[in-house]
Design a protein around this ligand. Structure first.
Ligand code: NG1
Length: 548
């Protein structure tokens, strides 16, 4: 069943770990929470924290590289998370600044301190290098939220104005592995700032998510909004259907019941992919290519708003195309011209049919094989109608990129087909919420869900070019050992994969991964490291505060 969720609620307070983790997760994490509070007392001169903020990582089940284009995605929070044990000292006499002290249970993240005046965060500097750079995530969350804090919170008459915030951070999400450790850091930091300033109930989760998405862009990646939304809004046992258009909305969705149960197994290739470093040739370049593709498609369709902000991404072009051509009635005309659009409308509804229409327009625009290849700038200038300085301003000014040629056809094709797969995945989940009454016991729906995941991987590998040898190897092993659907998750170029596996096959699956991938590529891994690299997971709860 799909549960409605109010994005306008504040980050919740929880009273017990059962509200966050599965029973196995409670067992695994209970001791960690206790020892974090004890460690806090030992590193911060004796006293206990006032609260522990928590934000999870996520695994994206389907819908890759389409959040920054405006299309919906389908992730779930995982149990691995960031915890921030926090103590707040309030002013007992007039003060003009707050000091933040950040420590980490992992030694390589060294202790760091920064201070900010209450009326302005301009003095808070982000660092480009060095061991204290990890504090940037907290700093951007603080800077981002500062202008949203109600005036009464920052007012000097407010006795609850913090002068010191002491934080001990502990994380279990492997960094740079596409399970969103960075979004969990930004989200957890935002939660600490809200609680410390007494503003948790004054700023709702939707506003917090929007600020966290903007804030993380300050760290240097032109990211979408999936990760922060998943980290903030998730609830246990549900995946989240997240849509960004026209505004952020979240629909928690359960996966279909089946006998036997199915689960998602995460396999980390252990190939590190740092988006901040490779952005100019990988992630940020893809964002730019999809923007070029949007302007090219808008021009081809002859849209009046082709150069307006409404057509800056492919979702915007889709909406503008239907608005300028008679709204949803136009789909009837398109249907008469295409059996595929009609079939999509019948099977998956109008939103899906609209996407199919645009996919067909992409095929028509790039019908010649020369246009389907990587295009030099001169060709992109012709297709988009932007040249010289206006080209630089439109496409090259937000984030540095490095490329001699741009793939417009392949990126557009991936975006529309992937957006369609997300709708189909969500529709299948919603249509199969009661146990199948026949012999099938959910087999058919799970094989359909798996096929959509496989389709996503093929598209990411061949059209979006963000897979890599290790990701492909892991996926091959998975498909030979019980996985119904396997794909990379997150940005790709390394990091993790996600696999849909019937529960009785999980053990065989994991042991095949160990012998066929890890033993060959990373023979030195300890038992604990192996357990951390390859594990099955249940959808977990989102960001919260636990009062100690
Ligand atoms: P990962 O690789 O998990 O950081 C990134 C983006 C997402 C999304 C995916 C690709 C950030 C913080 N996250 O995820 O918004 O675009 O890639 O689907 O940049």
């Amino acid at each position: 069943m799909s549960t409605t969720l109010k994005v306008s609620d504040p980050v919740p307070l929880v009273g017990s770990l059962d509200e966050i983790y599965s029973p196995a997760g409670v067992l695994k994490n209970g001791q960690r929470w206790d020892s974090l509070a004890t460690k806090f007392a030992s590193v911060f001169s004796g006293s206990k924290p006032d609260f522990i903020a928590r934000a999870p990582g996520r695994v994206n089940l389907i819908g890759e590289h389409i959040d920054y284009v405006g299309f919906s995605v389908f992730p779930a929070a995982i149990e691995k998370d960031i915890l921030m044990a926090t103590r707040v000292t309030y002013a007992d006499s007039p003060a003009d600044k707050v000091e933040v002290v950040l420590k980490n249970t992992t030694e390589r993240f060294v202790e760091t301190t920064f201070a900010s005046e209450y009326h302005s965060t301009d003095g808070v500097q982000l660092l480009n290098e060095g061991d204290e750079r990890w504090a940037n995530y907290f700093k951007v969350a603080f800077k981002g939220l500062h202008s949203h804090l109600p005036a009464k919170v920052l007012d000097e008459k407010n006795a609850k104005r913090p002068v010191k915030i002491e934080v001990l951070v502990d994380g279990t999400i492997p960094p740079e592995s596409s399970l969103s450790s960075s979004a969990a850091m930004t989200t957890c930091s935002s939660t600490v700032v809200l609680e410390a300033f007494g503003a948790r109930e004054l700023i709702d989760r939707k506003e917090m998510a929007e600020v966290a998405i903007e804030s993380e862009r300050l760290v240097g990646v032109n990211s979408g909004g999936m990760d922060q939304s998943a980290s903030i809004f998730s609830i246990p046992n549900h995946a989240l259907y997240i849509s960004f258009y026209p505004t952020l909305e979240v629909q928690p969705t359960r996966l279909p019941p089946s006998t036997p149960d199915h689960t998602f197994v995460i396999v980390n290739t252990l190939v590190v992919s740092d988006k901040k470093v490779t952005g100019p040739v990988n992630y940020n370049l893809r964002v730019v290519e999809t923007r070029m593709a949007a302007r090219a498609l808008a021009k081809y369709l002859g849209l009046k708003a082709a150069k307006d902000a409404s057509c800056k991404d492919l979702r915007g072009v889709l909406e503008t195309y239907f608005n300028e051509n008679g709204g949803s009635g136009h789909i009837q005309t398109e249907m008469e011209n295409s059996a595929a659009v009609k079939e999509t409308l019948d099977r998956s509804g109008e939103e899906a049919a609209r996407i199919k229409v645009l996919e067909e327009k992409v095929e028509a625009l790039y019908s010649s094989s020369t246009l389907q290849a990587a295009l030099p700038r001169s060709e992109v200038e012709k297709l988009t109608g932007y040249s010289g300085d206006s080209f630089d301003k439109e496409f090259l000014s937000s984030f540095p990129i490095r490329a001699d040629a741009f793939e417009l056809y392949k990126r557009s094709k991936h975006v529309f087909t992937e957006a369609l797969r997300v709708l189909q995945f969500q529709a299948l989940c919603k249509q199969h919420q009661t146990p199948a009454s026949d012999e099938d016991d959910g087999k058919q729906v799970y094989s359909q869900l798996g096929a959509l995941m496989d389709g996503s991987q093929t598209s990411l590998r061949d059209l979006y070019s963000c897979s890599c040898d290790e990701l492909n190897q892991v996926i091959d092993i998975a498909k030979r050992n019980g996985s119904l659907g396997s794909r990379l998750t997150g940005a790709g170029w390394g990091g993790c994969t996600v696999h849909l596996v019937p529960k009785p096959k999980v053990e065989v699956f994991i042991s095949a991964m160990r012998s066929q991938y890890y033993a060959k590529k990373f023979p030195e891994l300890t038992k604990e490291q192996l357990e951390d690299a390859c594990f099955d997971t249940q959808p977990a709860g989102g960001a919260c505060v636990y009062k100690v």
